[in-house]
Design a protein around this ligand. Sequence first.
Ligand code: BGC
Length: 530
Amino acid sequence: MRTESDIKQNSLINVSQQIPSVSADLQAGCDMSNLRSMFFVVGFLVYLISQGAAEPCFLAAKGSPTFPANFSFGVATAAYQIEGGWNADGKGPSIWDDFTHKNPDKIRDKSSGDVAADSYHRFDQDLQALKELKVDHYRFSIAWSRIYPTGDISSKNQKGIDYYNNVIDKLIANRIEPVVTMFHYDLPSEVQKIGGFANSLLVNQFVVYAIELFENYGDRVKTWITFNEPYDYCQNGYGDASYPPQVYAPGVADYLCIDNTLKAHAATYHSYKSRFAKTQGGRLGITLDSRFFFSRTNDEDIVDRGMQYGLGILAHPIFSKSGGYPDIMIMDIGANSQKEGRIRSRLPSFKNKWRDIVRGSADFLGLNYYSSRYIKRASKPNGVSPSWERDMDCDTSIDSNWLRAKSDWLYCVPEGLEGILKFIRDEYDNVEVMITENGWSDDGELIDDNRIRYLRSHLQAVLNAINDGCKISAYTHWSLIDNFEWLKGYTEKFGLYAVNMSSPNRERTAKKSAGYYKQIIESRKIPSIF
Ligand code: BGC
């Protein structure tokens, strides 16, 4: 579908194609008529530059053009989205295996991650791409049910453990740092049978699994991420039920899921610090995702409200000085719960010492940023009651000039990345941020100029934020290869490399954006031309 911004962009490209013939006039001599044409050319160039500033998916540079020498560039993937081998070598089922098998109609192309890019059998092809890109780090996730097929230590599976040993060894042999996510949506089915994230038993189960990972891989893995995007798997999995495990308990189980995630994360952090960090020397954080919000009326309170309900629900308990959930959420949800006739708030309160255990329990904040929205107070009650949406009580909208990706929720708003990084700097005492995901979807074309525009403008946002004092140590592009995009199956592609999904060998082919990213990694600068 051609959007308004596509049309504007095409007209810009056509205009700029005229530059060579106009500049040829300049070389023709300097008589009066040439002088006139020179004025014309200068005026025309000024016009083009001013148009360039309005180009969609573009961000102007501020400050130094070079990334710091120790800044780390990488790419990310996740187990269920690329590995396949869903029941290979003793792996147990996860909630995503069950969901795709039982409800193929819920996936746009009725597909599943059963084979995906087959990375379980073809990691060497991924390694080849990583080497070509010359990345500093590779972020991948471990499938809990490959290590413990039932989620529990009693089911330990050596073949699953060996698979990741091989991945880690090969990365290190090629001087690529492994950045390991312990959980990226694929909860072992057996853990869900007893309630999953809605049951506080999960806290202990997760710590036992994490210790298994530290014991097996901690000699080589120095950067650990406990959870990927709790906001999403809690809201979609335990709130509106659009994702597995499809528990429909909005405004109740989604908050419980957040609470248990925070506790499991913090308990893992303290186990690592007390038992492993000294000998292994690594660090541990969590990956949170959030949009940034803008107000058309410059209302800072509403922007803050949006940020607290999105990022703050997870970041405030861990990264703020005071700890606990954001005050605004405690107040709103407490008041709403009372109106609903409840005797306690639907937002759990950290009892005993939990507030202190969670506060400060991370060495860095992993940030997944994709897009932003405008925000204002809701004109009428939103969503069902009760729900996170109803509690938040805001309406969001987009700017029609924003360039849209294949995914209907994904607009290119690089200013939002700069905004969120500054928000984190100011709100959470300039904690170290690793950008653990950022990426663009399309139909899978090899000449993917819009992905390059997205990459260029978002890296510019990162550089601008660094130049503005934000402590950012890494950028990780989503994704290395095209993969299973959850409810959208294989219809939305995020890879720097295409994967031939109809070939048994699943060949990987570099897209134009892979070459562009490689240039950035090698030069530590952002080329403006591509
Ligand atoms: C998730 C990825 C997903 C990507 C694009 C992120 O929220 O971590 O698993 O593929 O967004 O939707």
